[in-house]
Design a protein around this ligand. Structure first.
Ligand SMILES: NC(=O)c1ccc[n+]([C@@H]2O[C@H](COP(=O)([O-])OP(=O)(O)OC[C@H]3O[C@@H](n4cnc5c(N)ncnc54)[C@H](OP(=O)(O)O)[C@@H]3O)[C@@H](O)[C@H]2O)c1
Length: 302
């Protein structure tokens, strides 16, 4: 165990679940929060509502916690815009109240931010580039980033693109395509929306590497692969020999979204790679793992 006791706020969510599982092997203690969902299976769970819970009370009872990973919040970009009052209270005021308490206790925050802090006008973004969000969700991320920078002595802000898993039925990008394909459902894939698909296991290892090496500041953590959703769907379907006619070539503008989204936001993760020596897995390796798990499941049911 090379990490001190830590708390994960939002451990019942997709990324939080992965982090709780991973850190249960690397941290002296892991506390994981849930709010409306089921408690996380790994670590010791606690209920925490960013709208209502008192962070002072939580940390008074767990004085040994030294790191707080902040995954909690409303993460759907459309929902942030369409429920502005709620998302401002949760992603803004609620997170700031928590950050304030962390600063008071000198607990290091690890904030999961997003590529949505940028507007996509530049070809590639480094950590030193000025944010310019085009969505409410992106503006809320920038606000919390700034708040953390002003108050915390030592912090980590990691900006992410699209995080995916390789566990069947984990509800992430590729595995949900697989489930849809099995049910012969169409997969609408925008030719003009670009992402950097990054494996959740790499994200956990990366945060571990940053904490272990006592690094602080802002880091971009996104794989070097930069593809349209359409190209990714075609690649995934070919790798798993799925029916390509289920892929529907469409545009991001066909979805009638409440806000204009940047089509291409590319994060440069060179700073992270240079400082830690860590590398990310390719989608090919991850597709192979998903394929292998699919074969094993088919054998099990044969
Ligand atoms: N997934 C990605 O590709 C991606 C990309 C860029 C950035 N990020 C950032 O990474 C973080 C984690 O993302 P995710 O994909 O794991 O999100 P997620 O699956 O939507 O999980 C969100 C978490 O927030 C909790 N939560 C929601 N409302 C809450 C409230 N009022 N009080 C306390 N907790 C609340 C949820 O708990 P319950 O479910 O129990 O209510 C859940 O644990 C987020 O900050 C997100 O913006 C994710």
């Amino acid at each position: 165990m090379d990490l001190p006791p830590l708390a994960i706020f939002g451990a019942s969510g997709f990324i939080g679940r992965h982090l709780a599982e991973y850190f249960s092997h690397h941290a002296e203690e892991v506390w994981g929060s849930y709010c409306h969902g089921a408690p996380p299976k790994r670590g010791q769970s606690f209920h925490y509502d960013l709208l209502a819970s008192d962070p002072e009370e939580f940390f008074d009872r767990r004085k040994n916690i030294q790191v707080a990973v902040l995954c909690a919040g409303i993460t759907n970009v459309e929902r942030c815009k369409n429920n502005l009052a709620l998302s401002t209270a949760v992603n803004g005021a609620g997170l700031k109240r928590l950050v304030q308490e962390l600063a008071k206790r000198r607990i290091r925050p690890v904030f999961l931010s997003s590529d949505c802090v940028f507007d996509g006008k530049k070809a590639e973004y480094r950590e030193i580039d000025r944010p310019g969000p085009t969505t409410v969700y992106g503006r809320q991320k920038v606000e919390v980033e700034e708040f953390i920078k002003e108050r915390s002595e030592k912090y980590l802000i990691v900006r992410l693109s699209k995080i995916f898993g390789t566990e069947l039925s984990d509800g992430s990008l590729f595995t949900s395509w697989l489930e849809k394909a099995a049910k012969k459902e169409k997969i609408f894939s925008a030719r003009d929306q670009f992402i950097q698909p990054t494996w959740a296991g790499d994200l956990a290892r990366s945060i571990h590497g940053l904490l272990k090496n006592d690094l602080g500041g802002v880091y971009h953590l996104a794989s070097a692969e930069f593809s349209s959703r359409l190209a990714l769907a075609q690649k995934f379907f070919a790798h798993l020999d799925l029916d390509p006619s289920l892929i529907v070539d469409c545009s991001i503008h066909d979805f009638n979204l409440a806000e204009t989204r940047a089509e291409k936001i590319r994060l440069c993760s060179d700073k992270f790679h240079e400082e830690t020596g860590c590398r990310f897995r390719s989608t090919d390796e991850c597709f192979e793992e998903i394929l292998e798990k699919t074969r094993r499941r088919q054998e099990l049911f044969r």
